[in-house]
Design a protein around this ligand. Structure first.
Ligand SMILES: *Cc1c(COP(=O)(O)O)cnc(C)c1O
Length: 334
């Protein structure tokens, strides 16, 4: 049976009630000038205003809520220096569960501090994400901690899908939803939740040209590895896992179209969000606006673009919004 058949509206409704006290129902606002540009109403789902600055809190909170008594007692572990790590730390703290985040020695101190400040225990080990993963696996084997992955997990997908339910409620005439795409947890949940209720809604996934692991995998017909490259959409980096269980199949079966955007287009998306919409968003969150501005997506009915997160280095944001042509490859600091 295909992975997508195993998710029903009831699963997302249950996740929604499980996370309702800890996770915000974020606002949706119309964008007059993107609407004029696209020729149909355009709405922005302001998920960067979520606690911890991204939608990852939905999946993390649901996964923590689903732990049994014994697992809660032992605690959770994750491997992430970014939005997933923040979300796990915050969700665990709210639930009174201990949380360990494993990171490599190369992670910059500001990223370490952001997660430590949310109450997680930080375990610094090795020189790469892979070595941090090995340490996490050891904690699972030796101490019985529960590893919560960023996207390829049933409870995480159900949590992310709650965002889709909010879109249907707040924009009942939605025709097309634009979703940033990396490992595919967000788009799998959103597409499954929306299509189970209203199959006519189109769901479009958008990745950056630099290292789009899911789109390369869809083309290959199975999960493949891609070389990681620095990108303004850093939260979209990384692979989908060669042993992917859910999100590859779900993205393949439920997503109507995938689109790639360039670094210059992502920068234009960040600029547009700031100057026209007065929103501070990170590169990963700007890909929907980027695709709209560059005419890479079309729809004859209302569009909702998901602004998935706001965790961007503010110095980098300032440079981009001041008009500088930032090329992270040349800087090698991504
Ligand atoms: C993780 C993340 C994404 C991509 O989500 P996937 O579930 O991996 O596809 C998009 N935007 C932001 C801000 C993220 O943190």
């Amino acid at each position: 049976m295909s992975a997508s058949c195993r998710f029903q509206v009831a699963d997302f409704v249950a996740a929604r009630s499980a996370i309702s006290t800890a996770v915000r129902h974020t606002p949706v606002v119309p964008s007059a000038n993107l609407g004029a540009h696209a020729g149909v109403p355009v709405h922005l789902k302001l998920e960067h205003l979520q606690d911890t600055g991204s939608f990852k809190l939905r999946g993390a909170t649901n996964a923590v809520a689903k732990l049994d008594h014994e697992a809660r007692r032992r605690g959770i572990v994750g491997v992430s220096t970014g939005n997933h790590g923040r979300a796990l730390a915050f969700a665990a703290k709210q639930a009174g569960v201990s949380c360990t985040i494993c990171m490599s020695r190369l992670v910059p101190e500001n990223k370490v501090a952001a997660i430590r400040d949310l109450g997680a225990e930080i375990l610094i080990t090795g020189n790469s994400q892979d070595e941090a993963q090995i340490e996490a696996d050891r904690l699972v084997a030796e101490k019985g901690l529960v590893l919560l992955p960023p996207f390829d997990n049933r409870d995480v997908i159900c949590g992310q899908g709650t965002l889709g339910l909010e879109i249907l409620e707040d924009v009942p005439d939605v025709g097309t939803v634009l979703v940033p795409l990396s490992g595919g947890g967000l788009i799998s949940g959103v597409a499954a939740a929306i299509k189970a209720t209203k199959p006519s809604v189109k769901v479009i996934g958008i990745s950056m040209e630099r290292g789009p692991a899911m789109i390369a995998s869809l083309k290959a017909g199975c999960p493949v590895q891609v070389t990681e490259e620095p990108s303004l959409a850093d939260s979209l980096g990384g692979g989908i896992g060669l042993d992917n269980r859910f999100t590859f199949q779900m993205t393949r079966d439920l997503v109507d179209e995938v689109v790639l955007v360039s670094e210059a287009e992502i920068a234009a998306g960040i600029r547009h969000a700031y100057w026209q919409e007065k929103q501070i968003i990170e590169g990963a969150a700007a890909v929907g606006i980027a695709a709209l501005i560059s005419w890479k997506v079309r729809s004859d009915a209302s569009i909702v673009a998901v602004l998935s997160g706001g965790n961007i280095d503010m110095k980098l944001h300032h440079r981009i919004t001041s008009g500088e042509d930032v090329d992270l490859t040349a800087e090698g600091d991504a």
